[in-house]
Design a protein around this ligand. Structure first.
Ligand code: FES
Ligand SMILES: [Fe+2]
Length: 440
């Protein structure tokens, strides 16, 4: 199926200012994306705190593969494919847990946490030539795994740049979420939201750094917030955060012009400059914040503390599968399931030794933005599905990405910068998409 699309055909689907609808709908393109993008990039799998103890595991996806990230008895981390080497059944159905081994539910082949086959019933009935040590009878392993500041990534390709080189400027984003902890340690805590929408995975990425949609798609919650006079201060540490978040989607054009967008060669994109005042700003004076800030200063000193809490980057999209919001300790993971089906996995983190209210705030933010009852993300998912249905139309083939084109500023190290009204982020993502996709 890969051979059915030539490099020239793929290249013709993306021009500097538009993309063809086929990139969202064609199953052959989707297959190729799984091989050439998700099979080559470093893909976020799990955070080390999710497999903190020996025997812990966390189930996720790497492209088209179901993957289990494990920590073995010696503390080493592995990532194995959740497919029994016998007749192909998934060996693990829990999202997370602790175990000494995985036993397949079909015929009870038993695997160590590094994927090695260690036992199976009725061995005498197997041919004499059957060798349990043959790697063909182990769970397949993700060939390369690496951690950056506790964030575990996997890569299916044997020879690509290191994780750090791949992350490029986005190392700063991961540094920032960790450095916000007074002890330099964070842990994933609380529940995890898993939601699916009937649309292509790239729709999520485009939307994450598309500032212009906010006032229209989220109009109803902006209107509700404008008319709402309730006190949001209790019971969690909120201090009108919820209210302010909803209102911020209704910023006027002059406010959006004052925000920024950045796109990098790797397809990683982010925005910033939203919250210069109020409870979402980097400097605040409520008692919880001051207690937290004092702990940061004790660990890092005043200068570094200012830099850490002053890094104002929002929706940091590490291409192709993770979006990070360091200010509120959020991570959103994007899992493509089919050309028209995507799963979003959302979680938040606790900053160890920060006041508990900071964690409560992260939970509140996660719920506001990512839960099935979110007044914000539900709107976006509705739009993703409307776009996907629209792409089925044969009356128009092209999707326009030209807003703000030619006005970008070239910064050092291949990064482009534009104001918040630009579609720069989408163009940066598609430039990377094209580069990965045409290379055989
Ligand atoms: S399919 Fe797993 S033991 Fe048979
Ligand atoms: Fe949105």
């Amino acid at each position: 199926m890969i051979a059915s699309i030539t490099a020239e055909e793929i290249a013709a689907l993306v021009t500097p200012e538009r993309v063809h609808r086929r990139v969202y709908t064609d199953p052959a393109i989707f297959d190729l994306e799984m091989t050439r993008i998700f099979g080559r990039c470093w893909v976020f799998l799990a955070h080390e705190s999710q497999i903190a103890r020996p025997g812990d595991f966390f189930r996720t996806r790497l492209g088209r593969e179901e993957v289990i990230v494990t920590r073995d008895a010696e503390g080493a981390i592995h990532a194995v494919v959740n497919r029994c080497a016998h007749r192909g059944a998934e060996v693990c159905s829990n999202h997370t847990g602790n175990t000494a081994s995985f036993v397949c539910p079909y015929h009870a082949w038993q695997y160590r946490l590094d994927g090695t086959l260690i036992n199976l019933p009725h061995r005498a009935s197997l041919p004499a030539s059957f060798d349990m040590k043959d790697p063909r009878f182990s769970l397949a392993r993700v060939p390369r795994i690496a951690s950056y500041r506790g964030f575990i990534f996997g890569c299916m390709a044997a020879e690509t740049p290191s994780l750090e080189a791949f992350l490029g400027p986005m190392t700063e984003t991961l540094d920032n979420i960790v450095d916000r902890s007074p002890t330099g340690a964070i842990e994933q805590a609380g529940g995890i939201f898993r939601q699916e929408y009937r649309g292509n995975w790239k729709l999520h990425h485009e939307n994450a750094n598309d500032i212009m949609h906010a006032g229209f798609v989220h109009e109803s919650s902006v209107a509700a917030a404008r008319g709402d006079r309730r006190d949001y201060a209790t019971p969690a540490y909120d201090l009108h955060q919820t209210h302010t978040q909803l209102l911020s989607n209704g910023f006027a054009l002059k406010d959006w012009l004052a925000t920024g967008l950045w796109g990098t060669e790797g397809g990683h994109t982010y925005m910033g400059g939203f919250y210069k005042s109020g409870v979402l700003s980097p400097e605040r004076s409520d008692p919880t914040w001051l207690a937290y800030r004092a702990k940061l200063v004790a660990s890092h000193g005043e200068e570094k503390t200012k830099a850490i809490i002053g890094l104002d980057r929002f929706n940091n999209l590490i291409y192709p599968n993770i979006s990070v919001n360091a200010q509120y300790q959020q991570v959103r993971v994007v899992q493509p399931l089919a050309p028209d089906r995507t799963r979003i996995v959302a979680m938040c983190f606790r900053l160890k030794d920060a006041p508990d209210e900071m964690y409560q705030r992260a939970v509140r933010f996660l719920t506001n933005l990512n839960s099935p009852a979110s007044m914000i993300f539900c709107d976006d998912m509705e739009i993703f599905e409307r776009c996907q249905r629209g792409f089925a139309s044969e009356e128009r083939d092209w999707i326009d990405l030209s807003r703000g084109m030619g006005k970008e500023k070239q910064l050092a190290a291949g990064t482009l910068e534009a104001d918040g009204t630009s579609e720069l982020a989408m163009r940066a993502q598609y430039a990377a998409w094209k580069r990965y996709m045409v290379e055989a």
